[in-house]
Design a protein around this ligand. Structure first.
Ligand code: IPE
Ligand code: IPE
Ligand code: MG
Length: 234
């Protein structure tokens, strides 16, 4: 494994759980359960390979459109998974939950706030989990926060630079997003980290997320290492 040109921050679009379950004639939530197990392994693989941070797209602002029993199943899975997240946080992983958490039930919100607080000094790895997350909602929220600061007189519209704007995004404390990996064969962002991905590299893979393995992560990172990032220069 090359250690040069490692991505600092990888975004994972954990897609394909439903198709994975369908192939096995199982309910979609069986796929989500398997997908959650792969999330945990992927955090460890990223750490082992020397990546500093990863953000996992777990539930989008658009996913509320799904049938009620699927949404309920995902919420219950999140409840069960909180224990595993706590165990990971005890191993020096800092958890940052990005998205509008206000739409989640109180018990989930309390747990997530507590994990965020108790893991905030952890330095081993930053794991972002995107829940009720949408890139457009995130940008709209940042604009709202900046507008409020202007109204209160703390800030002038001319003070708003890209750097000032970025500090109001959920990812203010993450290293720059270098790579987005999307399994499942779809080739789109689906509203994931749209500001942050402006100059990220993309690797789309045919594997379904529940089948995602360490070798797939390695191959995506190797592909990234060979890309020439020019950022508009020559
Ligand atoms: C991604 O897998 C998980 C969530 C969106 C919660 P999907 O459920 O979208 O799986 P497919 O795309 O239907 O196979
Ligand atoms: C993106 O997957 C959201 C998550 C993985 C949480 P979707 O399955 O919701 O995206 P679309 O509908 O294929 O664009
Ligand atoms: Mg999908």
């Amino acid at each position: 494994m090359e250690t040069e040109n490692l991505p600092r921050h990888i975004g994972f679009i954990m897609d394909g759980n439903g198709r994975w379950a369908k192939k096995r004639a199982m309910p979609r939530n069986f796929g989500h359960k398997q997908g959650a197990a792969v999330f945990k392994k992927t955090v460890n693989w990223c750490r082992e390979l020397g990546v500093q941070a990863a953000t996992f797209y777990a539930f989008s602002t658009e996913n509320w459109k799904r049938p009620e029993d699927e949404v309920k199943g995902i919420m219950n899975l999140l409840r069960q998974y909180i224990k595993d997240i706590r165990a990971m946080a005890r191993e020096d992983v800092r958890f940052i939950f990005i998205g509008d958490l206000s739409r989640f039930d109180e018990d989930i919100r309390v747990e997530l706030a507590d994990i965020t607080e108790t893991s905030k000094e952890n330095r081993g790895f930053i794991a972002g989990v995107a829940l009720n997350y949408g890139g457009r909602a995130e940008i709209t929220n940042a604009a709202k926060l900046l507008a409020q600061r202007c109204v209160s007189g703390e800030l002038k519209p001319d003070d708003i630079t890209e750097e000032v704007f970025e500090r109001e995004l959920y990812t203010a404390e993450f290293p720059p997003l270098d790579l987005v990996i999307r399994p499942s064969g779809e080739q789109r962002l689906s509203n994931f980290l749209i500001w942050q991905a402006a100059y990220a590299e993309f690797v789309f893979m045919d594997v379904l997320w529940p089948d995602f393995k360490k070798k797939d992560l390695k191959s995506a990172i190797e592909e990234y290492a060979h890309r020439s990032r020019r950022f508009g220069g020559v």
